[in-house]
Design a protein around this ligand. Sequence first.
Ligand code: ADP
Ligand code: MG
Length: 251
Amino acid sequence: MIEPDSNEPLLEVREVTRRFGALVALDNVSFSIRKGEIFGIAGPNGSGKSTLFNVITGIPFPPSEGEILLAGQPIHRMRPHQISREGVLRTFQKDAEFATLSARENVYASAVYCGQMTSAQANDAAEQALEDVSLAAERRAKAASDLSVFERKQLMIASAIAGRPKVLLLDEPAAGLTKPEVSGLSELIATVHQRGITVVLIEHVLPLLLKVSEHLMILNHGAVIASGKPEEVVRNPEVVEAYLGKREAKL
Ligand code: ADP
Ligand code: MG
């Protein structure tokens, strides 16, 4: 098991490229994330954000070139299940829960599979995680498909916590939420962070991204065009030109 050392980056992406035939979806991307950080990522549609999560987790494919290190150890040649057991977990843009299993069973499965717990430990971890995200007790036995959009986000975060990640990669978690629900989501992200989990957040909802991120990186056409303090990055002329445009007025 890879154990983090507080002096080195927890997750490091070095010169990563991902090609699909002639298309370069990620073009020589490098960055590093400190332990305990909330690291935000934004960029136009098709700029390579989800592909970055794909190559970090190996789900469903590794990088074409480059290296990915967790606490200094290479993970880019590991199988996806090994990467998740080393503590790099992701969520997906589309719902990815087991629709016919109950909320409780979904979180339990994550604790067993990703957190590698015994059944008794997983039962406890599942109940605790559902408590942490405040999913109402009477909803926990409902099939995941019967939950509301926000309850499915609570379930997604509970499943992630129960899997005991070191790093959690969230791919546009605010999709489909109303404004008040986005505030609720930011509290859920804070809950994850308080558990000592490092968070990487891809998000289109900029107020959320700016509220929670300590560092912001912008991708455009698969390349990093800016990376730094969020309030500085959103004022970068290249970022405004490539991505923010009229949206900047809404910040
Ligand atoms: P984002 O998440 O930033 O919207 P993606 O990472 O999903 O962007 O996609 C980046 C680019 O890579 C897009 O042009 C997309 O069509 C392409 N792409 C992503 N996955 C595949 C794939 N499996 N096969 C071919 N092209 C892909
Ligand atoms: Mg995407």
